[in-house]
Each structure stands twice: as structure tokens, then as C-alpha cells.
Write a protein that binds this ligand. Structure first.
Ligand code: GLU
Length: 620
């Protein structure tokens, strides 16, 4: 598609947003060009657009079809030696290259992570953080690496509130009320953990088979050579346009020369980020957390009203934690302890469902099946609101919440009707950020990683000259100063992330799995794991299958399209049981983006990736 045609096709939303903004229209320093799905597969000599794809590689796998709609197939991969499943093809490819070059799953995970920060920059990156659940075959041990962002020392529970205790709005010169101060601007930024996390992983688990340069090179190349904008990228650009346009660094990278969001098929380059990645490749953790780069982050955050200091950055530490462990029908599940609530509630939900002796017979997405999940979710969310926070700051009854006895007690409260459970939070979160990936290597090492900058394009604070975006993870604290999860200096905000590793009943590795999706994360993972165990579903089929969500509001959100949807008859029966129901349509980003790898009993690796986003699994 030629650029002039694309301009005609620009969305009315973007145009009206542009007209209403005084801060947009900054000249772009980024080189971009347009390619369509068709052009990407044409030979280089055929069209101007096709010659562009030569720069980004002729073998680019695009997550959308010739109508510029997300593909709903071609996501899975099968292999014997290694597999990677991520939310982005460039990142999966980076990981697979490292595996093929002889690197282990931990080397490959770092390559995937850094490439995701380049080619899927709206959901995670150097300015963010996350968690990994890893299995080291050599040690036969599962560990959790917590590289979650941490509140700056100066943070406190009142800092976003006006004198009436109400959330203040973030405003800049000329642009008022860009959003809650916990979501956009400097006070939404927590100290990032991503670089510390992957440096820790490489230092402690990486192999000598590949160099640091090899690990960083795919991300550096992707930033220098450019990557094709997919449908999810475009959706995020449009929905976060106002905030992006307000920040000069982000505008320069992610808006075109007219100050408008790039279109599907455009190619974005980010040479500043390539330079930053090279500095980290050469200088390790210190290159990020001290010196010029740290100062640039502190200055960018301060310019937008924040309070993160050089000391906050220098003090950042990865926490190595014992995983939460649970069992569902003799399968073992390892997942995250706080600062994520995800692993605990994943185990709690599966424990509750285990009390039914016919879960494997009632049929996926029958009314009874949806009802049971809905009740288990509501119980978990009520417990989440009551107990869950960073265990360095609060006593959390983890042993109770993950015990079979407690689950049996809660199960006994469930009737055929919709039950009520009290949960003050969470409110319905309508943002779709974060990313998750899985890696398995030929030695059996496994990584499940979920990482984020929180909202799409995070706090909208770009770091000038370095090409990355600071998170707005502070919003994962409660704005209620009385909450167990209120903001405090040095505390990690409560997450729902649940990257998990599952073992077969005989103790051998079965799968690595994770998902983005805010509070939908652990409900989503619970549904996929249950389908694989109870219905013997292939991982891709289990990911494709329609999902539901309920967070104690007695309102079941469901997918009414796609694979194995909730039918109108099922929705009606759920209403008859007292549930409110909300039809979310089909293939909804709302329900996350699961990326996982299962290991067959014969050693076959099956990578599954979510068609709700741009996921792609690769294997060899
Ligand atoms: N920040 C959220 C969490 O840690 C994830 C955001 C998302 O997945 O959209 O749970």
C-alpha cells in the first residue's frame, strides 16, 4: 500500500484527537516506510513497499492478513529441540536464534525480553519490570525472580490525592487532565526492574555458549532496522494517542511527520534504543542504574512531576523468591508469590474446582462450567482485596489461601445460584497491556516470564536520547490510603501476573505458561490449565478457546465468538442462576494473551500463542 493511500485511510479518531491537541505535530526523527501484508511477501523488486521490507527482513511473519485484520491461525509451532512463544514474532525469532546458536533458555529469554521492548514497546521495556518463574534442569529446581518495579523512597499513599482525598488529574502546559496522576506523569513511575532482572538471570543461569553481544544483537538490529507495525500496535497507538502526543520523546518515535499514529504496515525504527541496548550490553546493570542513563531517567520523571531519585535507581534489587506451589489432580503448579497475587489465586481457584468430581465431564463453556469458574473467581477476588500486598510490608496468609482445606471450606459455600462475595477492589480495568513469553531449551530448562510497563505506553514519560518509556506501575497500588496495598516508599505494587510452570503427576515438566491482562491474568491461566488437564486439550486449542472473567461483581464477562464461545442459551441459563452477564464479543484482548509451551511425554515441544494479540510461537 502506498503511503498516500494510507493517509486517506487514517482513522477519524486520530484526526479529531490531533485537532484537539496543541502539543502534537512534533517533527519525527524516525525513518518510516509503509508495507502491507501482501507487500511483505512480494519480491524486493516488485514495488516500492516491498523494497522496504528488505530492510526488516523478507521473511517477516505478520500477525495480520491482507485485509489488515488479525490472523486467527498460524500461531503454534512444534519442535524437538527448543521453543519460544511470545506476544511478538521478532522476539520469538530472537529467542529461537539464540537457542539454535547453542544458548540455553535463560540466554534466549534475555534476547526475547529485550526484543519485546523494541518491537512491542507499548506493553513492556527497559523502563518496566515483571516476574519470571524458571526451571533449572541442572538443579531440578523452580525459582521465582521478582524484578517488579518498586515505589521510590519518597512515595506515599497521599501523593496523588487532593485535600478531599480525591485522585488529582495530571496536566501539562496547554493540555489539561491527561489522566489520573497514578496513571500518567512522573508520580505514576516506579523504579524499573527489567534490566536488573535479566542481568541477574544471565549472571546466574546464562551459558557461556553465546556472548552478551549475541544475546543483545537481535534487539539492537530490530531497533536499528525497524519493525512492522501490527494491528495490536496500531490499536494501542490510537487509544493512547493523547498521552503519546503530549510527550516529545514518544511523539518523535511513535508518531509520523504529521503528528499522527503510524498505520498497520508502517516500519518504525528506534536508533536511540539500539544505542541504549548496546550500552547495557557493554556495561551491564550499572550502565542502566547509575551514571548518565540513570540521570536521564530521573530528569525525565522530574520534568513530569515525579519523585524518583538516583538513590532509588542505585538501590534497586531483584528478589529471589520461593514459588507458590499447588496441585491440581496430581499435576504440580509453580507460580508467583507476592508481590503478585496471581500464583496464590491461581492455586486457590484450581483447589476450589478440584472439589468437583466431574469437572472433566460437564463440557467446556457449558453453563455449569462457567458458573463454577465464576464462583471460584469471585471468592479469589474477595480474598485478594482483603489480604494481598507485598509480603515485605504486610502479613499475607499464603499457606491458608493455597490450602486444600480452605478451598474445601469455600467450595461448600457455592450453590447453583450466583453467590455474593465482598471485594472492594479491583474495579473493572479496561486496559490491555503487559506481555508474556515462554522458552524451553534442549536441556529441559524452562522460563515463564510476564513483564510490563503497566498501561499501554506506560506513564508516557519517554527518556530523551535513550528511546524507552518509563512505567506507570504505581497505579497498581490502591489509591485508598487504608488499603493493605497502599503506596509506601520501597514497596512493590500488587500484581496479578502469573507466569507458571506445571509438572505432570510423575514430576516431569509439562508446561510453561503466562499471560498479560491485568486482573484477568490468573483467571485466564486457570481456564487454560484446567482445559489442558481435564479435557486433554492441545495448548493452542486451549488458548484459542473462549474465556470468561468475573471479579466479585456478579457480572460474568464472556466471549460470545471465536472458538467454543459462550452461547446465548448458556448466557440465559447463567442469568437464570442470578448472574449478570456482559457479552464482550470475540477474540478480546481484555482476556489476555497467553503464550505457553507444553512438553509431550515423548519430548515434543508445542508452542502456543494467543490470536487475541500478535503472539507467535516458533520451534525447531
Ligand atoms: N500491571 C498489571 C499487573 O501487574 C498488569 C497490567 C496488564 O496486564 O494489563 O498485574
Amino acid at each position: 500500500m502506498k503511503r498516500s493511500n494510507r493517509l486517506v485511510a487514517r482513522s477519524a479518531v486520530a484526526l479529531s484527537l490531533a485537532a484537539s491537541l496543541t502539543a502534537c505535530g512534533t517533527a519525527s526523527s524516525t525513518t518510516t516506510t509503509a508495507v502491507s501484508s501482501e507487500a511483505a511477501t512480494e519480491t524486493a523488486s516488485e514495488t516500492e513497499a516491498a523494497s522496504t521490507t528488505e530492510n526488516v527482513g523478507e521473511d517477516v511473519w505478520l500477525p495480520y492478513n491482507e485485509n489488515l485484520e488479525k490472523k486467527r491461525d498460524d500461531r503454534d509451532a512444534t519442535g524437538k529441540n527448543g521453543a519460544v512463544a511470545s506476544c511478538n514474532w521478532y522476539a520469538s525469532k530472537a529467542g529461537l536464534e539464540i537457542l539454535k546458536e547453542g544458548g540455553n533458555a535463560f540466554d534466549a529469554a534475555a534476547a526475547v525480553a529485550y526484543t519485546l521492548g523494541v518491537a512491542e514497546p507499548y506493553f513492556s521495556g527497559l523502563g518496566g519490570g515483571g516476574f519470571m518463574t524458571i526451571y533449572s534442569a541442572k538443579d531440578d529446581k523452580v525459582s521465582v525472580l521478582d524484578f517488579r518495579e518498586t515505589a521510590p523512597a519518597a512515595a506515599n499513599a497521599q501523593m496523588w490525592l487532593d485535600e478531599n482525598g480525591k485522585m488529582e488529574q495530571f496536566s501539562l502546559d496547554g493540555v489539561n487532565n491527561l489522566g489520573d496522576k497514578s496513571v500518567i506523569g512522573g508520580l505514576s513511575v516506579a523504579v524499573p526492574g527489567e534490566v536488573a532482572g535479566f542481568e541477574y538471570l544471565l549472571d546466574n543461569y546464562g551459558s557461556d555458549a553465546v556472548s552478551r553481544q549475541q544475546i543483545f544483537q537481535p534487539a539492537i538490529d530490530t531497533a536499528n532496522n525497524g519493525y512492522v507495525v501490527g494491528v495490536t500496535f496500531k490499536e494501542e497507538l490510537d487509544s493512547e494517542y493523547t498521552g503519546i502526543a503530549a510527550n516529545e520523546t514518544l511523539s518523535n518515535i511513535y508518531l509520523d511527520e504529521s503528528g499522527l499514529p503510524y498505520e498497520v504496515g508502517d516500519v518504525i525504527k528506534n536508533p536511540d534504543l539500539a544505542k541504549t541496548l548496546q550500552l547495557i550490553a557493554d556495561g551491564g546493570k550499572d550502565a542502566f542504574y547509575t551514571g548518565d542513563m540513570a540521570q536521564a531517567m530521573v530528569d525525565a520523571v522530574a520534568a513530569w512531576g515525579g519523585n524518583m531519585t538516583m538513590e532509588d535507581l542505585a538501590n534497586y534489587e531483584v528478589k529471589v523468591r520461593e514459588p507458590v506451589v499447588g496441585h491440581y489432580k496430581d499435576y504440580t503448579i509453580y507460580s508467583l508469590p507476592p508481590a503478585s497475587s496471581g500464583g496464590t489465586h491461581l492455586v486457590e481457584i484450581l483447589n476450589i474446582l478440584e472439589n468437583y468430581d466431574d469437572m472433566d465431564k460437564i463440557g467446556v463453556n457449558s453453563a455449569e462450567y462457567v458458573h463454577r469458574f465464576s464462583e471460584a473467581f469471585k471468592i479469589a477476588f474477595a480474598d485478594r482485596a482483603q489480604y494481598m500486598a507485598d509480603t515485605d510490608f504486610a502479613d499475607v496468609p499464603l499457606a491458608q489461601l493455597t490450602s486444600k482445606d480452605y478451598a474445601a471450606e469455600r467450595y461448600s459455600e457455592i450453590t447453583d445460584k450466583s453467590g455474593s462475595y465482598v471485594a472492594v477492589e479491583p474495579e473493572e480495568l479496561e486496559h490491555y497491556a503487559t506481555t508474556s513469553f515462554s522458552v524451553v531449551d534442549q536441556w529441559g530448562n524452562m522460563v515463564a516470564c510476564t513483564k510490563t510497563i503497566n498501561y499501554g505506553f506506560g506513564s508516557k514519560v519517554g527518556v530523551p536520547g535513550y528511546g524507552f518509556i518509563m512505567n506507570d506501575e504505581m497505579d497498581d497500588f490502591s489509591a485508598d490510603p487504608e488499603s493493605v496495598n497502599c503506596a509506601e516508599g520501597g514497596k512493590r505494587p500488587l500484581s496479578s501476573m502469573s507466569p507458571s510452570i506445571v509438572l505432570y503427576p510423575d514430576g516431569s515438566p509439562y508446561m510453561t505458561i503466562g499471560s498479560p491482562g491485568a486482573t484477568r491474568i490468573f483467571p485466564t491461566i486457570a481456564q487454560v490449565i484446567e482445559r489442558m488437564i481435564d479435557y486433554n486439550m492441545d495448548i493452542q486449542d486451549a488458548i484459542d478457546c473462549a474465556r470468561i472473567y468475573d471479579n466479585a461483581s456478579e457480572n460474568i464477562c464472556y466471549e460470545s465468538g471465536g472458538v467454543n464461545p459462550i452461547t446465548p442459551e448458556v448466557a440465559k441459563e447463567l442469568q437464570d442462576r442470578g448472574h449478570e452477564v456482559t457479552d464482550k464479543g470475540e477474540w478480546q484482548l481484555f482476556f489476555g494473551g497467553v503464550q505457553g509451551i507444553s512438553i509431550g511425554k515423548d519430548g515434543t515441544l508445542r508452542g502456543g500463542a494467543d490470536p487475541r494479540r500478535d503472539g507467535k510461537a516458533l520451534a525447531y
